[in-house]
Every structure is written in structure tokens, then in C-alpha cells.
Design a protein around this ligand. Structure first.
Ligand code: APR
Ligand code: PHB
Length: 391
């Protein structure tokens, strides 16, 4: 099999890039380890920056997002019961975000690939990357039952998430990894209930952080900061709702509509960046290269700028013979990646309780939050990061 760009990973990063390239006449083959049903069964975040939303529209995948997604011009932060509204539109110069589940984004992308007749191969095993930085073009192999399939290509894009093989194909003496692990996780619950508030609420509380989010007006998403030692079995639905009420302002807690969880899981929080994001003819994108704690809702949105830079770099390569975009991909992508790392770390550091925090540390947290939300300069920095820094 031969193609121009072999993309490993059928999550939103790989799918969006394959769709964008296809529309410009560039041939791709996408390899996904799991079935489509498995991929679409993952519950992920739900806030899209305006830049990501624009890319979905350019990829001819934005119709359902625009029809069913909700435009949010603000969110709330509560600090031990006192609420402050962060007016995104006012402090970002007119931008907002779209609340629309990542699962739906991925579904729309798969549907679009089907509509265009894109080559997406599921249930591939033992993917291996070859000749990534050699005088000959790269190729990728995978196992289909007893058969080894070879795909010859010009470029390989590793959009295979944190646990995929692409990052690991970069030699250890070339790859630099940066990581920060947080001493807590997020227990998330999905329930077919009316959201407690029309906008998201990020709640700082001495008992721990909580987040009130949503997927629609009939599907709510809530999170509680929990110790890393907790398991889902430790948390009945009733215990979850009781603890959530304790961390929310009384007026909000009184309005909380509870119901059975249709999904409940715990995710640890980490910050991670791998450099470089290019090695020879291999390009890393999305979670394969970077992970953020979900506090700033930057996960998928950071992948968006990787895809934007790769898309334009490859179009320039194939349509104009101009390799500037590809040559500068890693440095350009990383420049924005580190800014989203900073923002995610900042919100995580300010809004969560840290087991080893001293009383002085806690006073600093309060002062940090008070400054960020109590000044135009602070609100501007929060808003312009949350709606998405420019690509
Ligand atoms: N071979 C083929 N596919 C693989 C392999 C492999 N060896 N290993 C992993 N994959 C697939 C996974 O099954 C997954 O579907 O790569 C895909 C990577 O998708 P994501 O993990 O969703 O990463 P990405 O597309 O970059 O999207 C980033 O997803 O995890 C969230 O918070 C994250 O919102 C962010 C978004
Ligand atoms: C979500 O709705 O899952 C969500 C929203 C905002 C975040 C994190 C998660 O910061």
C-alpha cells in the first residue's frame, strides 16, 4: 500500500488532519488500534476553542457542532462559596468557546471520513515505524491477523496518544520529555440531568476542587478532586452528589438536579511535553506529544494548533514545494504547547487543594486567584487563554 501521509491514531487529532488534507487532494491512510465503537465509547472533555471550531468548519465537519453545540461567552469561578463571573467575550476581545462533547467531535469526524471515502483502518496490531530519518522514504507496518501489511509513504504523523508507539520511535538521545504529576485525580460523572447552571462553574473549596460542566441541556458532566488512592468503588452516586453540594455555593447546590451516573471514572492529572515534535519524516501531534491537566480544558484544543500547523505545512509542501512550514513545525507547535501548559498548570495550581500546602501557600493561592479575577489584566489573561491563543 502507498500513500502520501500515514497517520497513526484515529482520535480527533488524526481524523481532523486526514480530513483537512483529503479536502486539499493529499492522500492519507489512517491506522487505528481499536474499533470505531471503542473509540467513540470514550468520554472526554467538552469545551472547544474558537480556533478548533473554525478548523472543524474548514474540514466540513462543523454542521452538527454549530447546530447542537452551545456558545458560551463566560464561565464562573467560586472561591469557598463566593462566585465570580469570567466574561470571556469582554476580556478576550469578543471571542467565546463552544461547549460540545469531544465524543461528538470524533463521531462527526468519522462520519466525514466515511462521506469522503477516506482510508481509515481499524483494529490494526503491532504498528511499527521504519526509516523515519533515513535517505529512503519512511514506511509503516502493522499486523492484520497473520499478515504483515506495509504502507510506503512520504511522511508519518504520530497522532496515537500518550501510549502510542510514535513518540517512542524517536531515539532516546534525541527525545526530551518534561513531566509534572499532581497529587490528586478527578472523579468524573455523567448524568442525564439538567445542568445546575447555564455556564461552567470552576469551584475552589477547602474540601477540594469541583467542576460543573455539561454536554447539553439534558446531559450534565461533573468532577470532584479526589486523592490518588481513591477508586470509583469508593464513590456511590449519593456520596458524589453529597460531596459536590458541599463544594458548591449554597445557592447553586440548592438547585442541583441529581440522577444515576451513566459514566463514572477517575483520571490522574499530569502535565507532559515531548520535544522535538518532529524527527526526520515523523511528526507528533496531540496527546502523542503533550498532556495537560483538564482544569483549563486545553487537551483537544492544544492538538488543534498542532493540526493547523501540520495541515498548512503539508499543503505548502505538496502544492507549492515550500517546506518552510514543515521545517518550523516543531518549534512553532511547541511555542504554543508550552503556553497552554502554563495556563493549565496555573489554573490547576490555584484551584485545587494540595496535601502538602502550608497555610502560607494557601494564602498565596487566594491572593493569586483574587488578583486574576479582580483585575482587568488578570481577567484578560484568563479569558484570552481560555478562548484560545492565536495559532
Ligand atoms: N496503533 C494505532 N492506533 C493507536 C496505537 C497504535 N499502536 N496506540 C494508540 N492508538 C490510537 C488510540 O486508540 C486513540 O484512538 O491513537 C488514538 C489517539 O487518540 P487520543 O488519545 O484521543 O489523542 P488525540 O487524537 O491527540 O486527541 C487528544 O484526546 O485524550 C484526549 O484529552 C485528550 O482531548 C485530548 C484529545
Ligand atoms: C468537561 O465538560 O468535560 C470539561 C469542561 C471544562 C474543563 C474540563 C472538562 O476544564
Amino acid at each position: 500500500m502507498k500513500t502520501q501521509v500515514c497517520i497513526i491514531g484515529g482520535g480527533p487529532s488524526g481524523l481532523l488532519l486526514s480530513q483537512l488534507l483529503h479536502l486539499r487532494g493529499i492522500d492519507t491512510v489512517l491506522l487505528e488500534k481499536h474499533s470505531r465503537e471503542y473509540v467513540l465509547g470514550r468520554i472526554r472533555a467538552g469545551v472547544l476553542e474558537h480556533g478548533f471550531a473554525e478548523l472543524m468548519r474548514e474540514a466540513q465537519c462543523g454542521a452538527r457542532m454549530d447546530a447542537e453545540g452551545e456558545i458560551h461567552d463566560a464561565f464562573e469561578v467560586s472561591d469557598n462559596g463566593v462566585i465570580k463571573r469570567v466574561d470571556l467575550k469582554k476580556y478576550s476581545g469578543g471571542s467565546s468557546v463552544v461547549v460540545y462533547g469531544q465524543t461528538e467531535v470524533t463521531r462527526d469526524l468519522y462520519d466525514a471520513r466515511d462521506k469522503l471515502g477516506g482510508t481509515v483502518i481499524h483494529n490494526v496490531e503491532d504498528v511499527a515505524l521504519h526509516d523515519l530519518n533515513a535517505p529512503v522514504p519512511p514506511h509503516v507496518t502493522y499486523r492484520d491477523g497473520d499478515e504483515i501489511i506495509r504502507i510506503d509513504c512520504d511522511f508519518v504523523v504520530g497522532a496515537d496518544g500518550f501510549h502510542g508507539p510514535s513518540r517512542k520511535a524517536i531515539p532516546k538521545d534525541v527525545l526530551r520529555e518534561y513531566e509534572k504529576v499532581y497529587p490528586f485525580g478527578w472523579l468524573g460523572i455523567l448524568s442525564r440531568t439538567r445542568p445546575v447552571h447555564p455556564e461552567l462553574i470552576y469551584a475552589r473549596h477547602e474540601r477540594g476542587f469541583a467542576l460543573c460542566s455539561m454536554r447539553s441541556q439534558v446531559l450534565s458532566r461533573y468532577y470532584l478532586q479526589v486523592p490518588l488512592t481513591d477508586t470509583v468503588a469508593d464513590w456511590s452516586d449519593a456520596a458524589f452528589w453529597d460531596e459536590l453540594r458541599k463544594r458548591l455555593p449554597a445557592g447553586i447546590a440548592a438547585k442541583l438536579e441529581t440522577g444515576p451516573s451513566i459514566e463514572k471514572s477517575i483520571a490522574p492529572l499530569r502535565s507532559f511535553v515531548a520535544e522535538p515534535m518532529r524527527w526526520g519524516n515523523l511528526f507528533l501531534a496531540g496527546d502523542a506529544a503533550h498532556i495537560v491537566p483538564p482544569t483549563g480544558a486545553r487537551g483537544l484544543n492544544t492538538a488543534a494548533s498542532d493540526i493547523y500547523y501540520l495541515y498548512h505545512g503539508m499543503v505548502d509542501h505538496y502544492l507549492s514545494g515550500d517546506d518552510t512550514g514543515l521545517e518550523h513545525y516543531s518549534e512553532k507547535a511547541l511555542a504554543r504547547v508550552w503556553k497552554t501548559q502554563r495556563f493549565s498548570w496555573q489554573l490547576t495550581s490555584i484551584l485545587h487543594t494540595f496535601p502538602d500546602a502550608s497555610p502560607y501557600d494557601q494564602k498565596l493561592q487566594s491572593a493569586d486567584l483574587e488578583y486574576l479575577l479582580g483585575s482587568d489584566a488578570g481577567l484578560t489573561t484568563v479569558a484570552e487563554n481560555y478562548v484560545g491563543l492565536p495559532f
